[in-house]
Design a protein around this ligand. Structure first.
Ligand SMILES: [Zn+2]
Length: 338
C-alpha cells in the first residue's frame, strides 16, 4: 500500500465528540475547522464504531474526497490503551461501558472500514501534530517534546519525526515523571499527590486535577480572604485561570508552580532525548497573550539547559489544540504510508 494520489483520514475520538480531518499525499490538511459528530462512547463499542464511521463519512462529504481514494485512517482516543489501541481491561473514565474492557478499538475500526488504521493515544497524537506543524516535510530530521496541561498532564515525545511508544505503549507519559519538589513548593506546602499513586510527579502540580487536589487547598490557606473560598473545589480550580489572566496574586503563584513543574520536566527531557523543540499546550497557553507569554517565559526560565542545548533548542506552543488530535492521528497514518 502507498499513498500515491490518495488521502488519509484522521479520527479523534473523545468523551463526547469525534472530530475528523483529511490529509493529502503532499501533507496538506483539507479542513481548517472542527468537523464533529457525537462520539457516543458511553453507549459501548458498537455504537462508537458507527459514530466514527459517521465522522469519516461527514468529513469526506465536506472535502469531496471519495472513499475509494482513502488509503488509511489514523485513530486517536483517550487512554489508557495499548500501543495498538486495545482499551485497558481495568476500565476507565471515558470507556465505562463493560464491553470496552480489553476491546481492540483499532482492530475493530480497521475491520469495519476495510482500511489500515494506525492508533495513537490523544496526547501522542497532539504531540505529533505540534511537531509536524513546525517541521512539515522535514519532520523526520527533528525531535520534540510536548507537555499539554488539561485535566491531567498529557503530551508525547517525538524523535526523528516518530512518536516514541515504548515496549508497552506507555512511553511519553510525561505527567507521571517525578520532578524535584525542592524549591518548587512553598515552605510548609504538602507534597502533591497524583491520581496515579505517585507523590511529586509533574501532573500532581501541572494539571487541573493538581490545582484542585494539591495547589488550591494550600494557597487558599495562605489567602484567607480570597473570593475562591466561596466556590466548591472543582469549580474553584477551573476559575483559577481567569483569575490568573486578570493578574490575581494567588492565581499567579499557582501558575508559577505549574510553569516551574513543566520547566523541571523539560530539564529531565533535555537529558533524555535532548529535543529541538519544547512544546507547551493546554488552556493555560490559549489564555490572554500577556498571561500566555508570562507562563511560557516562566517555563523557559525553569528549563535548565546547557549552552549547546540553548543554541539548538526552541520553545513553542502546541497550535490548534482543538484539532490537534485528529490532525496528529492523520499524520501518523500518513507517515505509515508515505
Ligand atoms: Zn502521576
Amino acid at each position: 500500500m502507498d499513498l500515491a494520489s490518495g488521502f488519509v483520514v484522521g479520527l479523534d475520538n473523545g468523551g463526547t465528540m469525534n472530530n475528523a480531518t483529511v490529509l493529502d499525499a503532499s501533507g496538506t490538511f483539507l479542513v481548517d475547522r472542527l468537523v464533529e459528530v457525537p462520539s457516543r462512547v458511553k453507549e459501548g463499542p458498537a455504537v462508537a464504531i458507527d459514530s466514527l464511521v459517521e465522522a469519516m463519512t461527514t468529513v469526506l462529504d465536506v472535502t469531496g474526497v471519495p472513499l475509494s481514494r482513502v488509503r488509511g485512517v489514523g485513530l486517536d482516543t483517550p487512554g489508557p490503551a495499548s500501543a495498538t489501541g486495545v482499551i485497558t481491561a481495568l476500565g476507565s473514565t471515558n470507556f465505562s461501558d463493560p464491553a470496552w474492557r480489553g476491546y481492540d478499538f483499532r482492530g475493530a475500526l480497521a475491520e469495519r472500514l476495510q482500511l489500515p488504521v494506525v492508533y495513537n493515544n490523544d496526547g501522542n497524537a497532539a504531540a505529533l501534530y505540534a511537531h509536524f506543524s513546525r517541521y512539515g516535510l522535514t519532520a523526520s530530521a527533528y525531535s520534540s517534546v510536548s507537555a499539554i496541561v488539561g485535566t491531567g498532564l498529557g503530551g508525547g515525545v517525538i524523535d526523528g519525526g516518530r512518536i516514541i511508544k515504548g515496549a508497552s505503549g506507555q512511553a511519553g507519559e510525561l505527567g507521571h515523571v517525578h520532578i524535584p519538589m525542592e524549591g518548587l513548593l512553598a515552605p510548609g506546602q504538602p507534597l502533591p499527590r497524583c491520581n496515579c499513586g505517585f507523590v511529586g510527579d509533574a501532573e500532581s502540580v501541572a494539571s487541573l486535577t493538581g490545582i484542585e487536589l494539591n495547589l488550591l487547598p494550600y494557597w487558599l490557606s495562605r489567602y484567607p480572604d480570597h473570593d475562591l473560598h466561596q466556590e466548591p473545589p472543582a469549580r474553584a480550580a477551573k476559575l483559577v485561570r481567569g483569575h490568573g489572566e486578570r493578574g490575581d496574586e494567588m492565581a499567579r503563584k499557582i501558575f508559577e508552580q505549574q510553569a516551574m513543574a513543566i520547566g523541571r520536566l523539560f530539564t529531565v527531557a533535555s537529558n533524555f532525548t535532548d529535543p529541538h523543540t519544547y512544546f507547551v499546550g493546554g488552556g493555560v497557553v490559549e489564555a490572554a497573550p500577556e498571561f500566555r507569554d508570562w507562563f511560557l517565559a516562566t517555563v523557559r526560565a525553569n528549563t535548565l539547559l546547557r549552552a549547546e542545548q540553548v543554541e539548538a533548542a526552541s520553545f513553542s506552543l502546541v497550535p490548534d489544540l482543538d484539532m490537534a488530535g485528529a490532525r496528529g492521528a492523520a499524520v501518523a497514518a500518513w507517515e505509515a504510508l508515505v
